[in-house]
Write a protein that binds this ligand. Structure first.
Ligand code: DGL
Length: 262
């Protein structure tokens, strides 16, 4: 394994680019390869076995492309498949899980909201973490129905999106949450919408920065951190490249976004 090999990142679609941004910001010398499995989004509605199968497909593709580490930039894939991935592959595998711990620890109201997919909220891994922190904190779980498909269709700034969000937030606001955990890597793209729709008393938390720090720590511990400028990031999608381009920002034109059938 060499330091110059890429960090391989995958998600069910374009949402994991929110995690890629954190990784790229923290580790700008690293060559990153991102796979968006948009044709199969949303994963959150699929049975566990199918999520595991797709996670293996994406991991194998990234390893074929030379990845030295895999970042599962998808809460649904992490909570359903990370154990099998870790026991089947020898490269380090980093996952993302809803940030219940910091929200529950910091909440004064002792009521927090978690917005995530059905696949994440119904997973055993999530249930275990949630049980740990729900002893003295009320955890209001809401499935973000419709959010991932709307983002995948490039509709994050639409009236439809705000309507969906208003309905999803209502039960949480009724219970008086003071923290909202974004338990899906697509949702950080909705932070501007959420800030408009939530009272100032609610703090929004996501896990992107923690995943980037963990990636740095694991690469560092194996002496695999790239210490000199490397190749530009590469993005591959089996969906619409324009949606992905818009999310990673038109100003970053040097980044390659390519259609790939995988
Ligand atoms: N970005 C994925 C996650 O973090 C979305 C899952 C989906 O495709 O439903 O859970």
């Amino acid at each position: 394994m060499s330091k110059k090999q890429p960090i391989g990142i995958f998600d069910s679609g374009v949402g994991g680019t929110s995690i890629w941004k954190e990784i790229h910001q923290l580790l700008p010398y690293e060559h990153t390869i991102y796979l968006a499995d948009s044709i199969n989004a949303p994963y959150g509605e699929k049975p566990k076995e199918e999520i595991v199968r797709l996670s293996f497909k994406n991991t194998k593709k990234l390893l074929e492309m030379g990845a030295k580490i895999i970042v599962v930039a998808c809460n649904t894939a992490t909570t359903n498949a990370i154990q099998q991935l870790r026991s089947s592959f020898t490269v380090p595998i980093i996952g993302i899980e809803p940030a219940i711990k910091p929200a529950a620890t910091k909440s004064r109201a002792k009521v927090i909201g978690i917005l995530a997919t059905k696949g994440t909220l119904s997973s055993e891994l999530f249930a275990r973490t949630s049980d740990l922190y729900s002893k003295n904190t009320k955890v209001i779980e809401v499935i973000g129905n419709g959010l991932v498909p709307a983002i995948e269709n490039g509709q994050k700034d639409s009236e439809k999106m705000d309507r969906l969000l208003r309905d999803l937030l209502q039960p949480m606001l009724q219970e008086g949450i003071d923290y909202l955990v974004l338990g899906c890597s697509h949702y950080p793209y909705l932070i501007p919408n959420l800030k408009r729709l939530l009272p100032d008393s609610v703090t929004i938390i996501d896990s992107g920065e923690a995943v980037a720090r963990q990636t740095q720590a694991v690469l560092g511990s194996q002496d695999l951190l790239c210490d000199q400028p490397n190749k530009a990031p590469e993005f591959f999608t089996n969906g619409n490249p324009q949606v992905l381009k818009n999310l990673i920002n038109a100003s970053e034109q040097t980044f390659n976004v390519t259609y790939l059938d995988f």
